[in-house]
Design a protein around this ligand. Structure first.
Ligand SMILES: [Zn+2]
Length: 247
């Protein structure tokens, strides 16, 4: 068929559009993030609707439209049943999908991003008895990796200002520039006019170590880490602050 193309798509969001249609936001393997119209999916007898539920991996056919393109056909390949049946898992999947949708730009294909979220969902899907600690850690892993892929990998080894290796002790994290600042530089910087304390968090030595470990290791190893709740909270706050700062 002319003007049609096939790809694999993770369904991120679906919202009502006009009378019977939906507007579906997907992240595709070949074309990146797209907003597509799914015709008739708000009718009760729609055959398409079930394959275009958010949190479904589907094979879709995209057909060029005058305005927005639309979905010609869709076939669900993975519905992540274990995630859907577990409210705790569903919460983390929802958070990851929302972060991903917010950070990733439209129409920029990137297979690494596609597999980052698809592999992450697969890991969450197969996780046995997910505790909120493991969930928080898994989500922090996802967000830090995503930031890295998008060019915002935090600098955790050298002070952003003086370039010296970060040593244990009193260190800070500069949200604006995305990395650790040593105490000497922080004190120098904080005396300057226009210094914004809202850009700065303190960061513990343990949190520095955890972020380094997350940036360098795969999920399996990360989930075997035993982290004190206090540091997990610090990690989650740091990641959340970074996400809010950039996007
Ligand atoms: Zn420094």
């Amino acid at each position: 068929m002319d003007g049609s193309k096939n790809t694999t798509a993770l369904i991120l969001k679906r919202e009502p559009y006009r009378e019977d249609d939906s507007l579906v936001t997907v992240y595709t393997l070949d074309f990146g993030k797209l907003s597509l119209i799914a015709r008739g999916t708000r009718k009760l007898r729609s055959k398409l609707a079930g394959h275009l539920e958010p949190l479904t991996l589907s094979e879709i056919m995209i057909i060029s439209g005058k305005g927005l393109d639309y979905i010609g056909s869709a076939l669900g390949r993975e519905v992540y049943q274990p995630i859907r049946q577990d409210l705790n898992k569903l919460h983390y999947a929802g958070r990851a999908i929302s972060i991903f949708s917010r950070l990733v730009k439209d129409s920029e294909p990137d297979r690494r991003l596609f597999f980052l979220i698809v592999d992450w969902l697969a890991a969450l899907n197969s996780f046995e008895d997910l505790s909120s600690e493991s969930g928080d850690l898994l989500l922090a892993f996802f967000a830090l990796r995503l930031l890295g892929e998008l060019g915002y990998k935090p600098e955790m080894y050298k002070c952003l200002d003086c370039g010296k290796s970060v040593k244990p002790g009193r260190n800070y994290f500069n949200l604006l520039n995305g990395g650790v600042v040593c105490e000497a530089c922080f004190l120098k910087e904080s005396g300057r006019i226009g210094f914004q304390v809202t850009n700065i968090l303190t960061i513990s030595d343990n949190c520095v170590k955890i972020v380094r470990f997350i940036l360098e290791n795969e999920e399996g190893r990360i989930l075997r880490m035993k982290i004190d709740k206090k540091y997990l909270k610090e990690l989650s706050f740091l990641v959340e602050s970074l996400l809010n700062f950039y996007f």
